[in-house]
Design a binder for this molecule. Sequence first.
Ligand code: COI
Length: 460
Amino acid sequence: RCHGRRCRPSDYSALARCGLSNAIPRATFTAPSAVVKTQLRTAAQAQAGNGTWRPVSVLDEWVAKEARPISLRQLMVFGRSLTESRLISSANYVRTELPVRIAHRIRDMQKLPYVVVTNRHIEEVYKLYYNAFDTFRKVKEIRTLEDNEKFCEIISQNLKGHLTVIPKLAMGILECGGLMDPKELDHFMNVILRSRISRRVIAEQHLSLTETFNSPYFSPGATLSESDFIGEVFIKCSAKDVISRCAKAVTQLARTTNGPDVQVPEVRIDGHLNASFPYILSHLEYIVGELLRNSVQAVIDRHQKQPDHASSPPPPIEVTICEAQEHVIIRISDRGGGIPRDELPYLWSFSKGPLSQKRLENLGQVPRMAATMQELHVTDELGRADLKAPTYLGSLSTLTSRPPNLRLGMGLPLSRVYAEYWAGSLNLHSLEGYGVDAFLQISRLGNKNEQLTTRASMDA
Ligand code: COI
């Protein structure tokens, strides 16, 4: 089967000749716009043939630059005693870093088979990214607070404009399922999502610092207390508090979805209840919320099938927190019967699985999907986050606002992307016929750099 690599923009009609057009669902393949075609052609020229690239466009110059990863600790130290000159340095870091990170992902997209990059959803993301790249690379050095204000408006507009990226990518990837090796597609999706999280973290962090700096209560150089946020980083994120809040939100969601009379399993928390670490709260809430939601629903479904279900409560979900020297591990154990055998091989896949068609239909109903806190905040007309909104309820509001019964198949793979981004991990063990144990490992010290590459790309 032709994987589309032969079909370059220049021989567009070759698609029809090689018969690939028959293999592609009609809705998936549309003729790419002239601009995208030219960019793909330029990218093809830049390919020297031996796997290396020679710079022929402005994009190549930016692709040649390395991203400069940051750690939670760096974000905290930098933002702890904020001054005007620090704020300006932060702006210039974001100004130069965003186009580098976006350029790398645009190049990844250009390397996709032609039929994949010209999928209508993927192409829309490609255009969004190219516009953002072009906008940020042209921003002149930030020298004054006034420059910074204008820069923040550009950031906010882009954050807002990119809210549709996740569902678009997810739909594109599902539609392209048969056109490329699913492992490669999933790898592409992991890298692009991780990079997106990273860009939003640095962009949102800068907006938050600017907001703090502009607050009437702010005094330059003031040192913050441990219970505070430094920008987006919550200095002492309590595992127990996050789990309790997520459990409450998930319980409410289960009642809405399954009816007010449903018996929702209790969520019991034990272990090291005082464990805390610096983290971006919305990232942790997303992961824990998704894991608990899966567990709660599985237990409810299984319990309802028991003959004596009306007279006995469903088995509880046990959450254990374990604080080790460098990590905090959260284990979520349910007795929901385990994961169906046919779904097991595709648990972490964005592109494949027995429910792909259903996922595609459901995704079509979700025009926006949040990934980080600001995406969920009420925003003003410029798209700037309303930082007065209750911050830590951010991701929980997506959890509760998504239409019930809408399974997108994104929760687990996206949770793993979040977990790995801050050098953690997420694994599941399914005990067939009994239940699931989910293990979330978090780096406790905040000293690990953001992980911009995935295992497969490091091996490559
Ligand atoms: C994204 O959300 O995909 C971004 O790249 C945001 C960034 C342009 C601020």
